[in-house]
Design a protein around this ligand. Structure first.
Ligand code: 4AD
Ligand code: MG
Length: 449
């Protein structure tokens, strides 16, 4: 039974045992054959006369609780009959091994203490439309599938930080309110900053370049905003990006770091989220193949290939989703597409010294049609070239003066990239649409809840 054998007058939550073991469904195996008490919600219920099967959830997982009429008090039996979907209560019971459940355990209920009998729940077992579920996002999150996605998202974030921290990167936070654009001016979110104009950050990169000159290897991890009027399965208005930036790192090394980084993320999820991947019915054999090195294709080669496949695309044109999917289908691993035409890419990318009409950049295209998950490049380090790019792109010298300073005071070769968190989650989870990868998606026409 839960007890508090500590002398301090600290009231412990009933889910703690003496010794401060947190009892959860996730770690239920540690409590086999013991009587425990857990705070839970009722996910579902099934009854067969003298037995109630309660599908319990505590946030860390789902577990079956069995109430047997002949073995509990009359009051406990009556309470078990009253429980509605999403009612909250404390359950006491004995943890028993059970090979029929994926979890491997079930709970023989001995007692129930109701916190609240929930009102009629809007999300039922019947099929609901996406719009309805999106309106109910605050509740929809509780379902096994959505919980599994958000839990994998958390593991991806943990693995990202683990890789970067272990490899000597320092976390640096760029501003969210910015005076200028970082990734083109068409998708800027405008706002007022007292009497000035300001924009929500599209990317922390430019600030990370400053930070890399101060700390060497840095990364930012923050929300970014793009007022893109695109309604695709890959676009969010607000999304999270991880942007490493590295002084003295050139194009080739940049790609090597990216492939090791992505390998670490995938392998961590495979190792730590087995149950969640199972809930999502993800084909993990496809993920097991994601191990560095990744194939590389130049933009020129990609154009030749696409033309050969019958696509109507000319050198100098950007790839759309169908092009990316066709390219990715050739491989079981993500593929780097490198050396895009200079005119297609951002103002800060360094031209290839052997061929200035293309830049030292790469987009990493995920397999299975998930599209671009990383965009990265080596950056221009020459002050004169940087200045001429500002003019070509009609960017205000005043606004970017500080950025030019980085090229004047000890300029060095440097590179970086941005990994889109939600597209990475969609790929690893095997989802149709990025809207399920983020707790509260911001989409074209959706700002609620
Ligand atoms: O390719 P992008 O625009 O690159 C940058 O912003 C660079 N400044 C990154 C850098 O070098 N530091 O965006 C990077 C990634 C894309 O590959 C994609 O995964 C994701 O961010 N992304 C989006 N994800 C969801 N919704 C959107 N609207 C996205 N736009 C970009
Ligand atoms: Mg890109």
């Amino acid at each position: 039974m839960p007890h508090n054998d500590d002398n301090r007058n600290v009231p412990l939550s009933p889910t703690y045992l003496g010794g401060y073991d947190l009892i959860t469904i996730k770690n239920i195996a540690q409590h086999a054959e013991k009587e425990i008490r857990l705070g839970v919600w009722l996910h579902n219920k099934r009854s067969s006369g003298k037995i109630q099967f309660l599908q319990l959830r505590d946030g860390t997982g789902f577990m079956q609780g069995v109430v047997i009429k002949s073995e509990v008090s009359e009051e406990t039996w009556n309470v078990s009959k009253e429980l509605t979907q999403e009612s909250s209560f404390y359950v006491t019971g004995i943890v028993r091994e059970d090979n029929r459940s994926k979890l491997g355990y079930e709970l023989t209920v001995t007692g129930l203490e109701v916190i609240q009998i929930a009102e009629e729940y809007p999300i039922t077992k019947k099929e609901h439309g996406t719009d309805f579920l999106m309106d109910q996002r605050h509740l929809w999150m509780r379902t096994p599938r959505q919980r599994a996605i958000l839990s994998i998202r958390a593991e991806i974030i943990r693995a990202i930080q683990e890789f970067l921290d272990q490899n000597g990167f320092s976390l640096v936070d760029p501003p969210i309110l910015t005076p200028t654009s970082a990734e083109g001016t068409t998708s800027l979110f405008h706002t007022k900053y007292f009497d000035e104009d300001a924009y929500l950050s599209q990317s922390g990169q430019l600030y990370m370049e400053a930070a890399a000159m101060a700390l060497g290897k840095v990364y930012s991890f923050g929300p970014t905003f793009r007022a893109e009027k695109s309604k695709t399965r890959r676009h969010l208005i607000e999304f999270w990006m991880i942007e490493p930036e590295m002084a003295f790192v050139e194009h080739e090394e940049n790609l090597r770091i990216q492939e090791e980084f992505v390998t670490h993320i995938i392998q961590s999820v495979l190792k730590n989220c087995e149950l969640e991947l199972h809930t999502l019915e993800r084909d993990t054999a496809k993920l097991e193949k994601i191990v560095a090195p990744f194939p590389r294709v130049t933009y020129d080669e990609a154009i030749d290939f696409l033309q050969g496949e019958g696509f109507d695309i000319k050198w100098g044109e950007d790839f759309g989703a169908p092009h990316e999917t066709a390219l990715a289908e050739k491989y079981e691993k993500p593929v780097f597409i490198t050396h895009y035409p200079t005119v297609l890419k951002a103002f800060y990318m360094k031209p290839d010294p052997n061929r200035p009409d293309v830049v030292l950049c790469a987009d990493l295209i995920a397999p299975e049609g998930y599209g671009e998950v990383i965009g990265g490049s080596q950056r221009i380090d020459d002050p004169a070239l940087m200045e001429s790019r500002f003019k070509e792109h009609q960017l205000s010298m005043d606004a970017y003066k500080w950025y030019l300073d980085l090229r004047k005071y000890g300029t060095v070769p440097h590179s970086g990239f941005g990994l889109g968190l939600e597209r990475t989650v969609a790929w690893i989870c095997g989802l149709e649409h990025v809207r399920e990868t983020i707790p509260f998606p911001r989409l074209l026409n959706r700002l609620y809840p």
